[in-house]
Design a protein around this ligand. Structure first.
Ligand code: FAD
Length: 386
């Protein structure tokens, strides 16, 4: 029977980061099982690649404060590009409620040690992006170390280094069951050959995480939620050096991508489910919001066949669920990133490796994100979700 010290279910950016950190710390017999023929076919390959520290809770900010410098230094450390572009995130407020929210978040971010975020008055905002309709803008916030990365390249870099350090990646292998005894996990069943004996399983199955948890007897509150992105044709009326720009009045946000822009908007009418088809009616909805804040976008051209949809993995409080499941020794969760799984993948890898190998981590207070918070009523709502 094949054996592994740790089996990671899912070879997306989160599974790859955990494999990298485990093997870097000396745990070499790590096996990643990925059901697809290629990595990145889950949410990682669908992501917008945004990375930011402008969050509303201490623990989200802490995870970004670890992860963003990690992306900056990624190529030096792992020998593979991360594509990190520090073009910033600009939140644009058009109501006093939103401005007060940004002020409160900024105070929290500063208290956590973020030095690159600042509040803006309306003139700063329009100076930064003159194309914005400004009649109702009351201010904003900008963080210069926020920006974008290449999720596929990061996933590949983590995987290649993990393999250099002793990990194995098996593709085209679906995890179909998990075996336990009184001491906890004993093996993982797969679509290929016999079971893999192991005492530690990490659930890194993205939007499919609750299926894997169910195999171990755990009811995991992670729901798939469709998100759609619309790339534009080449467009030069917004600077290619522009930040990610978020219109807080509608949630519409966009950033430069290649020679054009990448447009995003989270439709409040979307319902949970494994829907990965792109709905062409979305183009008209998103362009309405786009033009209302950025009138020059009336001239932008969109080819709907280049647009795509993917799945967020949502939890009830929009924070991930990290760590060992109560009552199932050896079953670890790295799930429910609620739209932040790319940007928090470096921190997640480090936290999971620490928890598995040492039983504790100094990166965050891991109790805040454990599974038991739901039963114990300790939810900590992250409201800065795009
Ligand atoms: C449109 C969109 C935009 C986004 N934008 C951002 C953004 O700007 N910034 C950001 O940080 N995040 C963003 N996200 C979220 C981010 O992409 C995810 O949180 C992240 O990719 C999750 O990584 P993962 O490795 O956990 O999951 P995935 O990449 O989904 O990987 C999970 C893997 O598990 C495999 N798997 C599932 N079941 C099994 C099984 N039974 N056996 C074996 N393998 C299995 C799947 O095939 C998959 O490859 C976005 C997501 C979407 C959809």
């Amino acid at each position: 029977m094949t054996t592994a010290d740790v089996v990671i279910v899912g070879g997306g950016i989160v599974g790859a980061s955990i494999a990298y950190q485990l093997t870097k710390a000396g745990c070499r017999n790590v096996l990643i099982l990925e059901r697809e023929a290629h990595q990145g076919k889950g949410s990682t390959g669908k992501s917008m690649g945004g990375v930011r520290a402008q969050f509303s809770t201490d623990v989200s900010i802490q995870m970004s404060l670890y992860s963003i410098p990690f992306f900056r230094d990624f190529e030096d450390a792992l020998g593979h590009p991360s594509g990190y572009c520090a073009q910033g995130y600009l939140f644009v407020a058009a109501s006093s409620t939103h401005l007060n929210y940004l002020r409160a978040n900024h105070a929290r971010q500063a208290a956590m040690g973020l030095t690159t975020a600042r509040l803006l008055d309306p003139e700063d905002v329009t100076r930064m992006v003159p194309q914005l309709r400004s009649d109702d803008i009351v201010g904003g916030s900008f963080c210069s170390t926020d920006g974008f990365v290449d999720p596929y390249s990061i996933m590949t870099g983590f995987t290649l280094r993990a393999i250099d350090q002793g990990a194995r990646l098996e593709r085209d292998v679906t995890v179909t069951g998990i075996q336990k005894d009184v001491r906890g996990i004993t093996a993982v069943e797969t679509s290929q050959g016999g079971p893999v004996a192991t005492r530690i399983v990490v659930n890194a199955a993205g939007a499919w995480a609750s299926q894997i948890a169910g195999m171990a007897g755990l009811d995991l509150p992670v729901e798939p939620l469709r998100r759609m992105l619309v790339p534009t044709e080449p467009f030069d009326k917004i600077a290619h050096s522009a930040p990610m720009i978020i219109d807080m009045s509608t949630g519409f946000h966009f950033r430069p991508e290649s020679l054009g822009l990448l447009l995003a908007w989270n439709d409040p009418e979307e319902t949970p489910g494994f829907k990965t088809n792109f709905d062409r009616a979305f183009v008209e909805k998103i362009l309405t919001h786009a033009v209302s804040r950025v009138p020059v976008l009336e001239e932008v051209e969109v080819n709907p066949s280049r647009a795509w949809a993917g799945l967020y993995e949502m939890t009830p409080d929009h924070h991930p669920i990290l760590g060992e499941a109560p009552g199932i020794a050896g079953f670890y969760c790295a799930n429910g990133f609620s739209g932040h799984g790319v940007m928090h993948s470096p921190a997640t890898g480090k936290i999971l490796a620490d928890l598995i190998l040492k039983g504790s981590t100094e990166l965050i207070d891991a109790r805040l994100l454990n599974y038991s918070r739901f039963a114990e009523g300790r939810l900590i709502e992250e409201t800065a979700v795009l």
